[in-house]
Design a protein around this ligand. Sequence first.
Ligand code: ADP
Length: 546
Amino acid sequence: MTLLAIVSIALVSIALCLIFFRQFTSTLRTEIKARAEMFREMSAAQLMATWHAQSAFVPKDMRLTLIAPDGMVIYDNTVDAAKLGNHAERQEIRQAVAMGSGASVRYSDTLRQQTCYFAVRLPDGFVLRTAKTSDSIFALFGRALPPVAAVTLVFALLSHIAARRLTSRIVEPINAMRLDGEPIPPYDELTPLVRAIAEQRQRIAAQFANLAERTATINAIMDGMSEGTLLLDPRGTIVAANPSAGKIFGFTHPVTGKHILELLREPHLAKLARQALAGQRHEETIQRQDRDYRVYFSPVASGGAALLFLDITASRKAERLRREFSANVSHELKTPLTSISGYAEMLANGMAREADQAEFLAKIRDESGRMLALIDDILLLSRLDEEKTESAFAEMDITQIATETAAALAEKAAAAQVSVRIAGQENMLLVASRSLIAELFFNLLDNAIKYNRPGGMVEVGFSQEKSGGPIKLCVKDTGIGIPLAARVRVFERFYRVDTSRSKITGGTGLGLAIVKHIALIHKAEISLNSREGEGTIVTVVFPTSG
Ligand code: ADP
């Protein structure tokens, strides 16, 4: 606005000067022309005479020059004529000689002044010239400049102030506008802008909500994962870590922002992390806080890497148990087989005395019986391991199964001088596998008889607090009991408290392992209570659906 004011004032001033100057110059020309025309009909001699006689005729404000036809100046009212040179070549004189009159304008050396000339040819061939000097257009501009500049300055100042006021009147309401909620435009011209802002805000809010939802989903997945997860940016800084990863590394405070090498201090793991960041996949097993983890170092396509920690402790343990089991089985089978082959060898070579032969044969029978029992147990266990129970689940009265099992073991009990009693309610209905429950009773009763003392007692008790509720089964004996340290281990495969006694009683060491497995299949809880020298109680609680 200020610039516009300055330019317009300057242009208007220039235009006014020009118009004024033209007007002024044309007046000046008319004046000198009129004066020259006044003397047109007179001869040079007459003119001279008139001017001499009456100096009033000689104009004061105008220069008069009389020039002879040859160009010689013969009179000038302002300058000494003798000092003036030949004027024949002057433009206005040449025109006057040729056409009767002539005009021209000439500037002084400084250009500050201009002189207008008008010449007429007199009847006698002499030329009369009138001239008047005035300020040139440049001088006019020069004089007009200070006031114009002053006016321009004032207007520039005013327009500057006005522009400021106007700007603040436009801008201030915009700055003061509240953009939250439904923004109200302070004036109509802003309505489209305000509407666009409101729309933009809505779009951003929707995108933000979308993003927050996605982040929440990812966090929920990460937090819920039992696998430890660490996400690294391309420089190896941890950008995300889930609680499972926290547990593995034992940190309670957030590790995001830390470098991965602060967590993986082992040089070979640090190397794998670096290789993953460089785009190479790796797997490695590590130990942390007594647990085994399989770690997957995976590069991420968009840069960075993901580290996944899988807890493989259980599967490693299972694998170890399987290996141990195979070794144990071989060992357990080898012992009876060795004695069988020993006795058979002696019999075959005729090295056994006649009297001993019957005993050797009985030993072979007993040992092969043990082997068969062992193999039966192993087969049953491996079937249970496969979690395929051939006999389907059905509803049955388990007290009846207990009675049948006790009857099957009556002879053995009598031989050991142990009395077996089934107590408690009758008709305990349970949905279970008949053959497995029979196996369970068999093993528990067998143990209670085997590890008893002559004259001892075995009591099988059932109880159910409310119909449809859990069924509690107790097998109680008055036997030798189990030492405290062995109580947890008796459920392990091939574990025996007293190996020599087990040998005598013909135990395989698998009975309680089978019982535990069968209980597991029926989702039953098993517990053992014992007092050394007094007896043992094994309790199995079956949950019933009712
Ligand atoms: P086994 O075939 O040798 O009886 P089990 O798995 O049935 O194998 O039992 C493991 C060990 O637990 C036995 O060797 C025995 O030492 C001990 N045990 C089991 N039941 C009893 C019990 N009722 N009283 C005392 N000791 C027992």
